[in-house]
Design a protein around this ligand. Sequence first.
Ligand code: PBG
Length: 334
Amino acid sequence: MKTNPSPMFPATRLRRNRKADWSRRLVSENALSVNDLIWPLFLIEGKGKREAIPSMPGVERLSVDEALRAAEEAATLGIPVVALFPHTSKDRRDATGTLALDANNLVAQATRAIKAEFPQVGILCDAALDPYTSHGHDGVMDGERILNDETVELLVQQSLMQVEAGCDIIAPSDMMDGRVGAIRSALEKAGHTDTQIMSYAAKFASAFYGPFRDAIGSTGVLKGDKRSYQMDPANGDEAIREVALDIAEGADMVMVKPGMPYLDVLARVKQEFGLPTFAYQVSGEYAMLAGAIQNGWLDGDRVILETMMSFKRAGADGVLTYFAPAAARLIKAL
Ligand code: PBG
């Protein structure tokens, strides 16, 4: 869409439309809704446990029973989806991430519990091995190399297990090639024809994931970096290719990650493909804002809503954000 040619000042005074609240509301191009929020939750073993994550002020790891309370809060606030991420201690990790396939792991337990009590809340589960591997990578390794096809086979099994536990949306976050197609055909074969796939389609090798790795117990575990599978932050055209492939392989929705530093990519993806497109406001973005808010350097209510609006304006249909419950309350109060 081209900008309309406007006559010169004073025929055009753009401030006219901004003169009063009613007028600003009348001409506003985007609106926030709780329906656009996905709330990521971190899980830990135990009962009645909530554990602070120092690098994510205000976010806690939750035992399954506490995650149920969070799901209840999501239901009450009208947040459509929660995303589940497990913390795994070093002693339960191994080279191939065996625990990822265990039908009794934290993600499976929480999925079953939430689906039993709050079936109206959607559940998104990552397909990725990194919370479970002893080296913190998203794939199995041969020496220094991350093996693609061998990893995809495990991601397929992990996805099937999670769907059998009740997961509604599988979100492959590993950036292996061909994983969306492999997961889609396995789901079809197993009769899971309604399972959605939200692919982390354009996921960059970002330093903004640091606090997430604290949260899931991968800090100090991860050897090297993820640049042989996650994308180079320099590349925009390649992001379009990644998204095109995931759509061709059967993704229902795509995600761009991180969020704010990649709004240009988000806008391009939405414009190019027009399918449901999501932004992940990742842990490092959360930490920056939450840290500044905690110190009184930023007005929390306003920056939370402003960042949400930025994602909407760029073209996001929804946002994965640790601010989801706070944002939902703020949106309801608007
Ligand atoms: C796992 C995964 C990561 C995130 C979501 N899923 C981390 C990573 O790829 O290292 C990051 C989320 C965040 O930082 O909030 N593959």
